[in-house]
Ligand binder design. Structure first.
Ligand code: UD1
Length: 345
């Protein structure tokens, strides 16, 4: 029976893995999960395993809160050990974090085929750690699962044309499942006394926005300005929380809350009037809920959201004419991935 070794570590990876793990089990394959430990708070990790029914990790590597080299290096060493013990047929990695690149390198060096979910995304900004992680992960992977046609073209431009599968976006699969589950289980709207359609949701966590103090203040000013128009609810990432506390910043018009689970986020988004974010995932989720988004970055990998008029960069004042995006699929991306894995083995 085909045996799959999945590497997870950060919040967006748990969200992407949920439907794929279900589909892998359905195809009759076995899966073992290694959690690198990159995200370790209950609100950044455990809640997703519980709410999204992700199988319990067999390996907890507990590598976190380190610089890029130390984090990736320690993960590599521990992942190699676990991979040798499991002798899997395939290594499955997600997205663009330090956990992704560690899984990709550990697997490729052991000559185990690596499968990358969310392959081919590019911001063309090599100052982002995520861009380095994406490029390296794609180039050592044997199977490249692309969410969009743009991603397929990006890979072709780098000479990658084998093992490419345009499957759609697994996050759409997760959203469809979450919307159903959130009904009756999430009380976030009531808890914060929100009026549907009258508030915005914001998240800020990217290194490019938090590492440079001047830029961070600029982003926070932008949010305070936006909050004059409508109330903003902002679940705060631990790194952003640390910065706000260390600078003694209070943000007028913003309701700052702890990080929230996926069901609460689905319900919060579904009733919101706008999304302001530097997260890749949230840009798409805004579209899934048909809520307009402003991306607080100077470029985005999710160019379809911009072209289809649901998203704009903060450097631009207007949205393109609105239309639907067909690339993301119909919620069957995970099933397509599981079938392709089965077929490859
Ligand atoms: C990582 C990814 C980023 C992704 C994001 C999702 C990399 C290079 N970046 O960034 O692409 O969008 O995850 O959230 O891999 N921390 C806690 N508790 C936690 C998690 C983090 O306190 O549960 C703290 C860490 O100690 C660290 C900071 O937050 O000081 C940043 O965490 P880190 O894992 O380095 O990266 P993220 O910013 O979360």
């Amino acid at each position: 029976m085909p045996h799959i070794f999945t590497v997870l570590g950060a919040r967006p990876q748990f969200i992407k893995a949920a439907p794929v793990s279900r589909a892998i089990a359905k195809e009759g394959m076995t899966e073992v999960i290694a959690h690198t430990g990159q995200h370790f708070d209950a609100l950044m990790s455990d809640v997703f395993f519980d709410e999204l029914d992700i199988p319990k990790p067999a390996y907890n590597l507990e590598v976190n809160s380190l610089g890029h080299a130390a984090m990736t290096g320690r993960m590599l060493e521990k992942l190699e050990e676990a991979m040798l013990a499991e002798a899997p047929d395939i290594i499955l990695i997600y997205g663009d974090t330090n956990s992704t690149i560690a899984g990709a390198l550990a697997g490729a060096k052991l000559n185990i085929p690596v499968a990358h979910v969310e392959a081919g995304l590019r911001s063309f900004n090599r100052r982002m750690p995520e861009e380095i992680n994406r490029v390296v992960a794609d180039h050592v992977s044997a199977l490249l699962f692309c969410p969009t046609q743009t991603a397929v073209r990006n890979l072709a431009a780098e000479g990658l044309t084998k093992g490419i599968h345009a499957v759609g976006d697994v996050m759409f699969d997760t959203t469809l499942a979450a919307v159903k589950r959130a009904e009756g289980r999430s009380t976030i709207i009531e808890t914060h006394g929100l009026k549907p359609g009258s508030y915005a949701v914001a998240t800020i966590h990217r290194a490019e926005n938090t590492d440079d103090p001047e830029r961070f203040l600029h982003v926070m000013d932008w949010l305070e300005e936006a909050a004059r128009m409508r109330r903003i609810v902002m679940p705060v990432h631990p790194r952003t929380r640390k910065l706000l506390v260390s600078r003694g910043l209070t943000l007028e018009g913003l309701t700052l809350i702890d990080p929230i689970g996926y069901l609460d986020m689905a319900r919060l988004l579904s009733q919101s009037a706008a999304v302001y974010t530097d997260s890749g995932g949230l840009q798409k989720e805004a579209y899934f809920h048909r809520v307009p988004c402003v991306t607080l970055r100077d470029e985005t990998e999710w160019v379809e959201t911009i072209e289809a008029g649901w998203n704009r960069l903060w450097t631009s004042k207007t949205y393109a004419p609105r239309r639907d995006i067909t690339d993301y699929g119909t919620g069957d991306a995970a099933a397509k991935i599981a079938r392709a894995l089965q077929h490859a083995l």
